[in-house]
Design a protein around this ligand. Sequence first.
Ligand code: ACO
Length: 322
Amino acid sequence: MRAKIIGTGSYLPEKTITNLDLSALMDTSDEWIKSRTGISERHLVSSETETTLSMAVNAGKSALTDSGLLPEDIELIIVATVSSDFITPSTACMVQKELGAVHAAAFDVNAACSGFLFALNTADAYFQAGIYQNALIIGVETLSKIIDWKDRSTCVLFGDGAGAAVLHADPEGIIANLQGSNGEGGHVLMCKNRTNNNPFITTDTCPDYLYMDGQEVFKFAVKKETECIQELLSQAGLVPSDVSWYLLHQANQRIINSIARKLKLPLDKFPSNVGHCGNTSAASIPILLDEIHRSGMLTQGDLILLSGFGAGLTWGAALLRW
Ligand code: ACO
């Protein structure tokens, strides 16, 4: 049995920050941000009650309703995030409590922007082993709290939000999947957890907020995502045009355009929401999936290829039947 997506949900904070809003805070412009990234606006949390947990719970509830399952049917909850509210307990355990998913085992995964794919592939492995039949996976980020708002080269790129999917064990779900990591490249995208509180350590040279070498990440993203897609297509014996929809990590429209060009595919096979969400890391793919599902773009039997890359460095992809 493989993981089949039977319900989706998402949550975006109400507050929208436009490029113009940012240009009032720092030396940037709508023209620079839009032409370099395709981003026009992003959603950011705007109160202390809007948190990583609250967004995850909202997205999870909405996916459950869409799936027709009840919280007590869920046996596994995996939350992908790099911006949990607490170091412990995990966001997944807190979601379990809020949803009343009393039969679920729950844990978080940290694979940055590839996190949703790692969660999906982990749940799929449990299904293949016959351990679980129903799972809830969530990608959620409050990146606004870990961004360096004085670094215009990164802070304009990111947004907050959550996306979720309910999975059910089915003979016709995921067709092929993969994931990988290269810790040697970790230094191009990093964020220290917190300042060391040890009184015997006096120097601390790591960055406190998100640091990114944008050009290195850009090159890595285009190369690795294209390779992942080609690898999955070859595993499944398909050609690029056989896939109905490519849902890629929403980091930068130029990355998506480059991959479409390399695969010689029209851009309309690559739905995108980076323009109004920015980069929501682990949440970007499930938010996009929920948006296109709810807009009626998906037809039963569609082949969908999900692919993400992120800090770590990490990458993951899955080809599935809708
Ligand atoms: N507004 C105006 N000017 C800016 C801004 C800004 N917000 N940010 C940087 N600049 C300036 C720089 O200072 C530089 O000026 P200089 O030429 O006078 O030195 C100039 O713009 C060009 O800067 P570059 O960094 O070379 O710009 P580039 O064209 O590479 O675009 C960008 C930067 C958008 C970050 C690009 O490299 C990129 O998209 N990289 C991938 C990022 C990505 O995918 N991140 C997500 C990764 S994984 C995850 O999601 C966690």
